[in-house]
Design a protein around this ligand. Structure first.
Ligand code: MN
Length: 242
């Protein structure tokens, strides 16, 4: 054995040990969340048949399992391996918005987010008019709840093709808007308060082409106004708006 071999042997052993440690650390990081799914399919906050007769159990099953589940799965597949700064779904959506090269990811990510939000906007024996601070904010922005309702139904009626109707907060004001396809207010610096899905899959089994009747049923019988009110931001703190 030469002198140089005696010097190198411990060095090689240490190097091998370091390599094993580095691989173990990388493996642990990999398993502990670096590649964890960005999007999670949230469970329905009520049974599938709880919104009948206004939205049937068949519609809810297809909508929640097939459509929403499909968007979540696809969004996670497309986001996998990407570098999004370890941020959550909303940051990813904002980062992808307006990037033509990431359109598929944006569409599936925004649809995953929109659906999770939408299902929470509904509840059995909901609807009617809100109370408290939300009612005050609606009156201040629209004049009355009846005028808000009319603006919401008119926006849904005027929207061409697939999309969403929203009540949003823009700074101090509340506004009604629609978005096309997967687009979402969070990509536009607005605070979503209420969403109604107006893609055909949301209502066609129950209402066929009567989209207006579906939106009116949601407002009259299904909106969870407590959830909507809980999304109101204090404009002094949030800096919400454009
Ligand atoms: Mn949908």
């Amino acid at each position: 054995m030469t002198r140089s071999n005696r010097i190198h042997k411990p060095f090689k052993a240490r190097f091998a040990l370091l390599s094993i440690c580095a691989a173990a650390v990388l493996f642990m990081v990999h398993c502990s969340g670096a590649d964890a799914p960005v999007f999670v399919q949230e469970p329905l906050p009520y049974p599938q048949d709880a919104l009948a007769p206004f939205i049937s159990a068949d519609t809810m099953r297809l909508h929640h399992e097939a459509h929403y589940g499909g968007y979540v799965k696809k969004a996670n597949q497309l986001a996998k391996g990407g570098r999004f700064g370890g941020n959550g779904p909303e940051d990813l959506i904002r980062a992808m918005a307006g990037d033509p090269g990431r359109k598929a990811l944006f569409n599936n990510a925004a649809q995953a987010w929109n659906h999770g939000f939408f299902f929470k906007c509904l509840k059995p024996e909901g609807g009617g008019a809100p109370q408290g601070i939300l009612a005050e904010r609606i009156n201040a922005s629209f004049g009355s709840f009846a005028r808000f309702k009319n603006a919401f139904l008119s926006a849904a009626d005027a929207h061409f093709g697939s999309g969403w109707v929203w009540l949003v907060q823009d700074g101090e004001n509340l506004a009604v808007m629609t978005t096309a396809d997967a687009d979402t207010p969070i990509a536009h610096g607005l605070v979503p308060l209420l969403a109604v899905d107006i893609w055909e899959h949301a209502y066609y089994l129950d209402y066929q082409n009567r989209r207006g009747d579906y939106v009116r049923s949601v407002l009259d019988y299904l909106v969870n106004w407590d959830f909507v009110a809980g999304k109101l931001k204090n404009t002094q703190e949030s800096g919400a708006g454009n």
